[in-house]
Design a binder for this molecule. Sequence first.
Ligand code: 3K0
Ligand code: CA
Ligand code: CA
Ligand code: ZN
Length: 421
Amino acid sequence: MFSSRRKAVTVAAAACLVLLAPIQASGSAEPTGATAAQDLATYTVPNTDSKARTEINRIGAQVIAVSGAVATVEATPAQAEQLRAAGFVLNDETKVADSLKRINPAQRVPGDFPPGYEGYHNLDEMNAELDAVVKDHPDIAAKSSIGKSFQGRDIPVLKISDNVGQDEDEPEVLFDCNQHAREHLTTEMCLRIANRLTDGYPGDQAIKDSVDNREIWIIPVVNADGSSYDVESGEFRGWRKNRQDAGTDLNRNWGYKWGCCGGSDNDPNGETYRGPAAWSAPETAAMRDFIDSRVVEGVQQIKAAIDFHTYSELVLWPFGHTRDDVTEGMTQKEYDRFARVGGEMAKTNGYTPQQSSDLYITDGDSLDWMWGQHKILAYTFEMYPANGGGIDGFYPPDDVIEKETARNDAAVDILLREAGA
Ligand code: 3K0
Ligand code: CA
Ligand code: CA
Ligand code: ZN
């Protein structure tokens, strides 16, 4: 059922692309937001700080990675012009289409990752992997769904705990991945957590302690439509958003101070489009409903969370909507705990720890809502690579999966511990 629907979507999307190609070539506005790879280029922009990067995003271009003061920016020709006019220096122009051409194979396998990427799980494979975890460990693993994507795909969640069928009074921890379609390495991160915590049980004492004393929720693909769209033609598209109309940036659609602070785009074609209203995306609404459902007798059971992204190798904590450490909803003591635990995790994986807004201002992201609304000790990890060159950074070959996901094992364990503090 699931796989036949997936095929139908693939065929429809392929037909759609063929029809749209001549329209794009003639330069007409393209309402589905699929113009992306056609005109976009990436640049490196030196000497930026959070304020400058927020300004770059405000112009409608998008900071896709940051290494020290050097930002990697994705922009249309018009946006590049505006950035130069605003005084930014744009170096290393690389057409996104050319980058993708380099990565994408001559021989495509529609519906799946290209050669060199077979180790990544597409949606069907991700579901099969979760099913296998449950089959092998039925006492400690259970799969369900938090709801449906815009196009009707399930968004599965795996629960791991002893007495998994019961809602026990144990601190709960959430790991979610792939809010952004092209950030496929994150899905592998969530699958690693699922496999490690179950295969290691009960032999590994630390894992046994975690599984026995926590209820762990893992959502490997929040953006089911987007991640599927990014690979279903057999070529990567560099897609970020969901697939609702021109696409909403799911990590700008959450309802805490949504759209407040110049940290998201009002333009439906923008890469950080926040949507017409908070929770307008079915995927974020499903996340909200799931997390809200973990309030038991007035107490949020989820105590800690990591939302995995790529790339730049960062550990980020709230808030994103302000550069202030201490503000409404964040005391100095709370901030210090974020910084302490964030720093501790970063020591284990070599990432750079910082407040979310040190990157650039974001509003409507998951971090701000998880903390602002529910006081969940919530982090965003930006995974490998530190510095990807451009759009390529989203597409590391599958031979890095093992190393770059294992790299976060210790940080995951720290968060599992801290959820009980
Ligand atoms: O909290 C944050 O600063 C989120 C960072 C995230 C974002 O949504 O902009 N960076 S990403 O889009 O390059 N994964
Ligand atoms: Ca339990
Ligand atoms: Ca519980
Ligand atoms: Zn992301």
